[in-house]
Each structure stands twice: as structure tokens, then as C-alpha cells.
Design a protein around this ligand. Structure first.
Ligand SMILES: Nc1ncnc2c1ncn2[C@@H]1O[C@H](COP(=O)(O)OP(=O)(O)OP(=O)(O)O)[C@@H](O)[C@H]1O
Length: 248
């Protein structure tokens, strides 16, 4: 294990004006890992990702692979991290394959065409998420769940050290939910990526082989090992009336 953490957060304070949602968060992910982020609606999960992607001001320090994110002009375009928001939208007609290949944006020159290799990678990414059959369809006409799979395929092409996914299985059926969680685990185990995944899908977390759990609704959120016992404890906590009083 190297001395440089994949992700190191110290004394992070963030929110919106008077509304502070993240209070003195410390977090260190020492090596590639899957991190499930859970918590009540509105507790600040997406806000954490907004801080990580430089979209909101914050106090404290965030380092990715030892680099202070304040010194990185566009963290999401730097190759350090890639971000899949809760809802992506596309206003124009475009084929799925063309949208996915755009995930290769860092690897090709401005205004040059994508190469056959880029398209081969796009096809492989679609196959990986189980959406190869959608390649020639118009993205804007797909169902919400189908679109979510396409965004995941595009994200996987960005080849970043740290992936931030905001409820990537929200619109998926039971089969694809399982499949996406397995895919995210494979990014960690086979490609040595670190995946931070916001989710309300505690059932699927129960079956995952490992990683960390971060309950942002807890009074002092910290990384715990991701095990059936910690997931059950988080569920119990989140279902309790008492925990709602802490959040609000
Ligand atoms: N730009 C903003 N200005 C003021 N308040 C905001 C802003 N964006 C979000 N909020 C508020 O901050 C709180 C946290 O929002 P956030 O999106 O981080 O929640 P979350 O934990 O991701 O919730 P969910 O599980 O529902 O997606 C919410 O109450 C939200 O209304």
C-alpha cells in the first residue's frame, strides 16, 4: 500500500449559506475500494459530490491521489475523477453509440473524429453494462432505466481514478440493479478504481463482497467496513424516528 490515499478528506465543511450539511467530515480511502454512501433524503450526499467536483465552495481539504482538488481547475475533466449525476439530460437527437464514445473525450484532440478504437471501446462498454442492443437507438427515446445504463457505459470510458455515482441504479429493474453493483465491484477489483456510490438500495449492499459504508445521516459520519452487519445497522438507524431528528 502506498502512503498516498486515493481520497483524503479533512475537516470538510460544506452546505448552502446558513445551511451546513457536512460538518467537519474526515475520510480517508487508502487504496482502491467501493464506498457505499447512504443517508436520508436531503442529508447532504449529493452535496458531498458537488464539493468533490468543485461545484460548491467548501472549507477543509480534499485530496485525490495526493493532489489538492483546489489546485485542479476542472476535477471532473482532469482524469482524477469522473462524475455521474442523478439525472443527465440530452436535448438533441443522438445515437447511443455516439453518446457513449464521448466518454473518450480526454483521449482525442479537439475537433478530431473518434477513432475505430474509441468506437470499439464504446461497444465493449455497452456490452459490459448489458446494453449492446441499444447501440443504434436514439438516446432521447430510451426509457429512464435504459438511459441510466448508457450513462454508465459512457462513464466507464472516462478511465478516472475515482468514480462518483449518484444513485446509479435508481431507475433500474431488479436484474440490472444487481448487474450494475457487480460491475462497480469489478471496476475496483479488476481495474483498481475507487468507486463512491450514493444509494438507497440497501438490499443490494447486503450481498456485496466488501468495501466501505458511509452513513451521512449519522451524527459523526465515518467509513465502516461494508458487511451485512453494518448495512443492517445502518438500515435500523435510518428507519428510526430518532435518526430523523438528527438529520433535520
Ligand atoms: N443550491 C442549493 N441551495 C440551497 N439548498 C440546497 C441547494 N441544493 C440542495 N439544497 C438542499 O440541501 C439539502 C441536501 O441536498 P442533497 O442534494 O445533498 O441531498 P441528498 O442527501 O443527496 O438527498 P437525496 O437522497 O434526496 O438525493 C437538501 O435539503 C436540499 O434541498
Amino acid at each position: 500500500m502506498s502512503d498516498i490515499s486515493v481520497l483524503h478528506i479533512e475537516q470538510l465543511i460544506a452546505g448552502y449559506g446558513q445551511r451546513v450539511l457536512l460538518r467537519n467530515l474526515f475520510l480517508s480511502v487508502p487504496e482502491p475500494a467501493f464506498v457505499a454512501i447512504v443517508g436520508h433524503n436531503g442529508c447532504g450526499k449529493t452535496t458531498l459530490f458537488r464539493a468533490l467536483t468543485g461545484r460548491i465552495p467548501y472549507e477543509g481539504t480534499i485530496q485525490v491521489l495526493g493532489q489538492d482538488l483546489r489546485t485542479v481547475r476542472q476535477p471532473a475533466n482532469s482524469g482524477l475523477l469522473a462524475y455521474l449525476p442523478q439525472r443527465g439530460s440530452v436535448e438533441f437527437s443522438i445515437s447511443v453509440r455516439e453518446l457513449v464514445v464521448m466518454g473518450r473525450f480526454r483521449h482525442h484532440r479537439f475537433l478530431s473524429a473518434y477513432s475505430p478504437t474509441d468506437y470499439a471501446l464504446a461497444d465493449a462498454a455497452l456490452t459490459q453494462v448489458g446494453a449492446a442492443h441499444l447501440a443504434t437507438r436514439d438516446f432521447t427515446l430510451l426509457s429512464g432505466g435504459e438511459q441510466q445504463l448508457v450513462w454508465l457505459a459512457q462513464l466507464s470510458l472516462q478511465d478516472a481514478a475515482l468514480y462518483l455515482l449518484d444513485e446509479p441504479t435508481q431507475q433500474l429493474d431488479v436484474y440490472y440493479r444487481r448487474r450494475v453493483f457487480d460491475l462497480l465491484q469489478s471496476w475496483v477489483q479488476e481495474q483498481r478504481k475507487t468507486v463512491l456510490c450514493i444509494t438507497h438500495d440497501l438490499d443490494n449492499l447486503l450481498a456485496l463482497p466488501g468495501g466501505y459504508l458511509l452513513n451521512l445521516s449519522a451524527p459523526a459520519p465515518q467509513l465502516e467496513p461494508l458487511t451485512p452487519a453494518t448495512v443492517r445497522a445502518a438500515r435500523e438507524y435510518l428507519e428510526s424516528e430518532e435518526s430523523l431528528k438528527v438529520t433535520t
